[in-house]
Design a protein around this ligand. Structure first.
Ligand code: ATP
Ligand code: MG
Length: 183
């Protein structure tokens, strides 16, 4: 599975609809300070279901919406869409039949948040479930930011185990067991 396209509109500094193509397996984002590199990372985490505003460097969830600049008025909603190539069959189950999987999230100023999977409304849970164990998630190791390497190296044994379990693909089953046990 590979992330091939990111589409942003009204998200943080990306006020105009912007499409980013990621043509290879490894992508680096470079540019001057403040040009929006970290905003792209925030966008990916956000679509994958991040619900803690602080993890997106904001105070509230609507802080991801473009808040205006000296030249532009604020906008009323933010949206981000990620398109994945699933032709290697990483995603199993109901969505396995799709070579391309689109995950989208939209938020409006009144705080309404919507998730869509291949264009259809879904719950946040459906997205986190779909990607659990694939290595991609709002807080997974697929997205390596500034400072994260040292965070992993300095992790306590419990946190390190969590990273390893996600990499090995067993976190999915642990999560399901926990759910069953709590019923
Ligand atoms: P650095 O190299 O310093 O890490 P960066 O390329 O990672 O910089 P970002 O943090 O992605 O930069 O972008 C910062 C810019 O995004 C700032 O100019 C900030 O004003 C703008 N920005 C962030 N949130 C919003 C928002 N909600 N509305 C408008 N602009 C925003
Ligand atoms: Mg940055």
């Amino acid at each position: 599975m590979r992330l091939t396209t990111i589409k942003l509109a009204g998200f943080k500094s990306f006020v105009d609809p912007t499409t980013l193509h990621l043509p290879t397996n490894m992508t680096g984002i470079v540019g001057p300070n403040g040009c929006g590199k970290s905003n792209i990372i925030d966008a990916i985490r956000w679509v994958m279901g991040e619900s803690a505003a602080s993890r997106l460097r904001g105070d509230s969830l609507t802080d991801v919406i473009f808040s205006g600049s000296s030249a532009r008025k604020p906008v009323s909603q933010a949206s981000v869409e990620l398109i994945f190539d699933n032709s290697d069959g990483t995603i199993v189950g109901e969505y396995a039949k799709f070579n391309e999987i689109s995950v989208k999230r939209v938020v409006t100023r009144d705080g309404q948040s919507q998730y869509l999977l291949n264009g259809g409304r879904c719950r946040r849970r459906d997205i986190t479930d779909l990607f659990l164990g694939t290595g991609l998630g709002a807080r997974s190791y697929s997205i390596i930011e500034q400072g994260m390497i040292s965070q992993v190296v300095e992790s306590d044994p419990e946190a390190l185990r969590h990273h390893l379990e996600e990499a090995a693909g067993i976190s999915k089953y642990k999560e399901r067991r926990k759910e069953t046990e709590s019923r």
